[in-house]
Structures are given as structure tokens and as C-alpha cells.
Design a protein. Structure first.
Lengths: 273, 310
């Protein structure tokens, strides 16, 4: 796939701005999950500003591609992308997690652009499977993207869905694993090892693509390749860095679910310049 | 004696009819399509039927995904798995989104029989009632009511839990017009009111006949919708009789008994006795034996009514 340097640059800039929004939002909210938002920023940027066929002005367009954030705690990055896309005004971002806000602590359908709520882990791949089956029934050619966390893969429901998506040959379904290696209690490999991960998905009948989840060229290439695979679903295993872009958050489990303090916020925004 | 019918057969037939009328009807099952009768739909509409194998959590969350794309989804398995195994998926993927998913759970209650405790859903209504909003709960008493409930469900937006049983049951309701949330008063009487759902409606009517032999006039109400419950009729019964006996094939807490109690406590406190399952798990046995062992018989209803009347 040929992608211009200009496109790459644009998506990288967008990702950086999304990261800044995440820091500002979490700082204002005083709680939330920075680590997994920052690790998935490049993937979300690629999806919302290049890959997805969507129209914020026509949200019910039947042929729109579907995106579902199964790792719902990373919603700040999604909210930032939705605001940037024009689903709602940017002012809403700073109301994250406040009473009566459009932007709930975990995704909810009251937010324009959110298709299905999430937050209880392990259910999103099934939701994507349902969307993919609906496309088949309706003979529509939209694609379905589901962003999964790595810790989330410890949920049994994920593998029930993996088995079914392969059984029903759902090639319109593309899962992305944000493999940042950390969960609340520490390293995924130490809390509950999910390796050998690519082999697991292959054994379940999936096409597996492994990429660097911060390399925009590889991200776009992965999505392009996934769309060409017929007869089976694809999973993109994206190796990422938890807290990516903010020096003191990178590879730190504590920032899975803690908002930055005022001084940390200043430093984080500086890091992202 | 009138012919007994499976409510599950009525469900399967209704699904086929709905499938012909509405291309957005999709049916899901978890390896029990023969027992739940969704196989009848699968045969007619293989492109709109999905079997997920023994994976109830996946079925419920997939139902949510289908519903998000405009489908009216009927998802079936046994009540114990539909309500318990996949509760979080029902709550978080279906109900919080207010999706159009109709969970039709068969083999509810003790009358599953010899399969025993692991298969006796006797707390399923409580589990579904505990979901904070929007889950409509219906327990039809016979095949005719099941047919009507399924059609009503298909034409009413939002999530629903419809509980069917395993055994054949007598037809009681006839061709009455079914409305979600509107109970039927099957028999008038002002001494005591018996409010029942599911298989206990037939028992309640039999109990009313027994009571009549002693000069007691019992009102019998078929409360097919547990949520939203027909408060108006319950309050009226509280006002016009000396007390209410609630009969259900379910634990005494969290089901119809609690729904009736909630309605009277707020509006018109009265004596509410419960004929239901007391703090116990099920066990193997034939249906009739289990109903006796767990005090869900005509005799138990008569006794409860007489206790109220002193």
C-alpha cells in the first residue's frame, strides 16, 4: 500500500493532539484511564481520520463502518477523536465524568458517535460479531472494527466470540489488540499471561497481522491488508507502549487508572509538544 | 379434558410467522434449538438464524450488536443460562443500550424435573427484575398466551425476558386480547385475591373452585407481566379483598411476590401471602413430585387463602 508522507504526518499530528486532549480531559475530570488511551492514540487516529467510512452529519447512515471500543476505559481517546471528527463540540471534552455529561466514565449511547455502550470487559468482540452478521443479513459492505485491550483477552467471552466469528467466516470483522503489556495489577505477563497470543488467534481460525502500534505506516498497512482477507476475520496485534508519549507514564501500571496531578499535567503537555 | 400444549411449540410457530412478516427478525440459540423450538425458525430462515454452541455470554452480547444495526433479536436458551450465565451481558450490552433483544428463556422453574438443581431456574425473575430499568418480564401461562406475548414482544421496543416452561400446559386464557402490563382477572371474588403467573395460574383457578366449596369467593388474576406489573389491578384487589396470595414457580423473594408487595406497600398496605419456593435449591424428581415437595400445589394455595381469612 502506498501512503503519502503527508498523510502519515497528518495522522501523527492528529494523534498527538488527541493525546493532549486526553491529558486535559483527565486532568479536569480528576479520574480516568490515561495509560490505555495514550497507547491506542495512533490506532484511533488512523481509524477516525483515514480508515473508517463515517459521516458525523449522517450518523445513522446504514453503510457506515462500525467502530466499537471494547476496552471501554480508554474512552477519553475515543471522545477526543469523536470531538475532532465533529460528532459534538469540543467544549464537551472538559465535562468528562461530570454529572449530566454527554461523556460518561465509560462509553454510553448518549454520546453522539457511540454505537454501543461498553466498560464491562470481554463483550465487545461479540458486539462486533453481531454488527458483522447484521451486515451479512442486510447485504451491506460496511466493515466492523473492535478495539480490544490485552488484559481484556483474559475474559472467556472474548474467545467464545473469536470461535464464533471464525465459524461464521466474518471477514468484515477486524479486531485490534492494543498490546501495551500492562493491566491494573501490573504486567500482563505476570498477572495472567496471554502468550502465545498470535498462535491463540490462529488456532481460533483468524488471520493474524502483527504491527508496531505506534508506526502509522504499519497501522494503515495492517488495516489495508485486513480488508483484503476473505473468508476469515482478522486480528491486528498492535504492540504498543502504555502511556505512550508522556515520559513518566510510559510502561507504568499506576497510570492505567489514575489521572495526572496539576504538575504532572503540565509536564505531560510539555512532553507532547 | 382440554388438550395440553407446549408453550415452546407456540413460541416456535410464532417465530416462523414473525419471520415471514418482518425481515429484521433474527433468532439466536445456544445448542438447544430443538428444545427451545427455535429450530422451527432456523429451518425456514437459515440466513437469519445463528447457533452459537454452548456460549450464552457470546450469544447475548452478539444479540446487542445485531440490535444496534436495527434487528429485532430473539435469543433463546434455558432460563438458568439465559438469566444467570449471561447476566452481565444482558445488563451491560443489552439493557444499558435499551436494545431490541427478546430473551425467550425456556425450561424455567422446578418443572424442568429430573435434571435437578443445576437446571432449575427458580431465581431468574429476580435476576431480571434487579436490572435497574427497562427489562420487561413476561411469564405466560399457556400456549395461546405465549403466542400473543411473542407477537406483542416483536412489536414493542426494548429488552424483554419471556419465561416459558418445559411441560405441556392446559389452555386457560383462550383468545383474549393480550397487552403487556395488563393482567386478566379470570374469576371475580371479594374475599381473597389470588395473583399468579405461569403454570401457577391453573393451580390458582383450581384453588378458587375448592375455596368456593367452603363458601369463599376468591378472585383470580393472571399476572402474566411481572414488569411493568399491573399496579392498578393489584391495588384494587388490596382494596376490595381481605388479602392477596401470590403464586409463582420461583423463589419467594424478588419475583412476582415482591412485585405485588412493592405495589401494595406504597399504595394500599394489605396482607400478602406467598406461595413460592422457600430458600432452597431444586433437586431431581418428577414435576408433580417437585411441586408437592416445594409447596406449590392447590392445597398450599387454599391453605394460604384460609390463613388470611382467619
Amino acid at each position: 500500500m502506498k501512503v503519502s508522507d503527508e498523510t502519515i504526518k497528518k495522522l501523527e499530528d492528529k494523534a498527538r493532539n488527541l493525546r493532549k486532549d486526553v491529558i486535559a480531559m483527565l486532568s479536569a475530570a480528576g479520574s480516568g484511564h490515561p495509560g490505555g488511551s495514550l497507547s491506542s492514540a495512533d490506532i484511533v487516529s488512523a481509524l477516525y481520520f483515514n480508515v473508517l467510512r463515517h459521516d458525523p452529519k449522517n450518523r445513522k447512515w446504514p453503510e457506515r463502518d462500525r467502530f466499537h471500543l471494547s476496552k471501554g476505559h480508554a474512552c477519553p481517546i475515543l471522545y477526543a477523536a469523536l470531538a475532532e471528527s465533529g460528532y459534538f463540540p469540543r467544549e464537551e471534552l472538559l465535562k468528562l465524568r461530570k454529572l449530566g455529561s454527554l461523556l460518561q466514565g465509560h462509553p454510553d449511547r448518549r454520546t453522539p458517535g457511540i454505537e454501543v455502550a461498553s466498560g464491562s470487559l470481554g463483550q465487545g468482540l461479540s458486539v462486533g460479531l453481531g454488527m458483522s452478521l447484521a451486515a451479512r443479513i442486510d447485504k451491506l459492505n460496511y466493515r466492523v472494527y473492535v478495539l480490544l485491550g490485552d488484559g481484556e483477552l483474559q475474559e472467556g467471552n472474548i474467545w467464545e466470540a473469536a470461535m464464533a466469528a471464525s465459524h461464521y467466516k466474518c471477514d468484515s470483522l477486524c479486531a485490534i489488540v492494543d498490546y501495551n503489556g500492562f493491566q491494573i495489577d501490573g504486567k500482563v505477563s505476570e498477572v495472567m499471561n496471554i502468550e502465545p497470543l498470535a498462535d491463540k488467534w490462529k488456532a481460533f481460525g483468524w488471520n493474524v497481522i502483527s504491527i508496531d502500534g505506534h508506526n502509522m505506516k504499519e497501522i494503515l498497512g495492517g488495516f489495508d491488508e485486513a480488508a483484503k482477507v476473505k473468508g476469515k476475520p482478522t486480528v491486528i496485534i498492535a504492540k504498543t507502549v502504555k502511556g505512550k508519549g508522556v515520559s513518566f507514564m510510559e510502561h507504568v501500571a499506576d497510570f492505567h487508572g489514575r489521572a495526572p496531578t496539576e504538575s504532572e499535567t503540565k509536564q505531560a503537555l510539555k512532553d507532547l509538544e | 379434558m382440554a388438550e395440553k400444549l407446549y408453550t415452546r411449540d407456540a413460541y416456535g410457530k410464532a417465530l416462523v410467522e414473525l419471520g415471514k412478516q418482518n425481515p429484521d427478525i433474527v433468532v439466536l440459540d445456544c445448542d438447544l434449538s430443538g428444545s427451545t423450538r427455535t429450530a422451527m425458525f432456523a429451518k425456514e430462515f437459515p440466513d437469519r438464524f445463528f447457533n452459537f454452541g454452548v456460549a450464552e455470554q457470546n450469544m447475548m452480547a452478539t444479540a446487542a450488536g445485531l440490535a444496534s444495526c436495527g434487528k429485532t433479536v430473539f435469543a433463546s436458551t434455558f432460563a438458568i443460562f439465559a438469566s444467570g450465565r449471561a447476566w452481565d451481558q444482558v445488563r451491560n450490552s443489552i439493557c444499558t443500550n435499551n436494545f431490541n433483544v427478546k430473551i425467550v428463556a425456556t425450561h424455567g422453574g422446578l418443572t424442568v424435573g429430573p435434571d435437578g438443581c443445576s437446571h432449575h431456574a427458580i431465581e431468574d425473575i429476580a435476576l431480571m427484575r434487579a436490572i435497574p430499568a427497562n427489562m420487561t418480564i413476561i411469564v405466560p401461562c399457556d400456549a395461546e398466551e405465549t403466542t400473543q406475548a411473542i407477537f406483542a414482544a416483536a412489536n414493542t421496543p426494548g429488552p424483554m425476558y419471556i419465561r416459558l416452561g418445559r411441560p405441556k400446559v392446559l389452555t386457560i386464557t383462550g383468545k383474549k386480547e393480550f397487552k403487556i402490563g395488563k393482567s386478566y382477572t379470570l374469576r371475580e371474588g371479594n374475599d381473597v385475591a389470588i395473583i399468579a403467573c405461569g403454570i401457577m395460574v391453573e393451580q390458582a383457578l383450581a384453588a378458587a373452585l375448592k375455596l368456593q366449596e367452603d363458601g369463599i369467593q376468591a378472585r383470580v388474576i393472571n399476572m402474566h407481566t411481572i414488569r411493568p406489573v399491573d399496579s392498578e389491578v393489584i391495588i384494587k384487589a388490596a382494596e376490595e379483598t381481605k388479602g392477596i396470595v401470590v403464586c409463582e414457580e420461583h423463589i419467594k423473594t424478588g419475583g412476582l411476590g415482591s412485585a405485588v408487595d412493592d405495589a401494595v406497600t406504597i399504595n394500599k398496605p394489605t396482607y400478602v401471602a406467598r406461595v413460592g419456593i422457600a430458600n432452597r435449591f431444586g433437586q431431581s424428581g418428577e414435576s408433580e413430585e417437585l411441586l408437592q415437595e416445594y409447596c406449590l400445589t392447590v392445597k398450599d394455595i387454599v391453605k394460604a387463602c384460609k390463613q388470611i381469612l382467619g
